[in-house]
Design a protein around this ligand. Sequence first.
Ligand SMILES: [Zn+2]
Length: 109
Amino acid sequence: MKTTAHQADDRSRAAFLAKAASLWPVAKGSLTQTRSPCTRKNCKACASGRKHPKLIFTFREEGRLRGLYVRPAHAERLRRAIANGRELERIITAAGRDLVLALRGEAEA
Ligand SMILES: [Zn+2]
């Protein structure tokens, strides 16, 4: 019985690591578009109130909210990384649930 539980644990570990390895690049946070003024004088876009679109990646670091500007050319890669990050969190959550259920099964065996 013990061997079976260990084998199942090894399989779960291998499956988790293989999945985690496929989730690169990874990021946690959100990408949003805002509009901000530039520093040029007599800018029509700023004078009209349209201003300029800017992509900002916001994330928490040690509890503090931080933001970084993102170049438009980098947006798709960052979106993929954020999606990968959500999937990674999902598989970690599932691993925790499976661990508790497996431990429960071992205790009852
Ligand atoms: Zn401007």
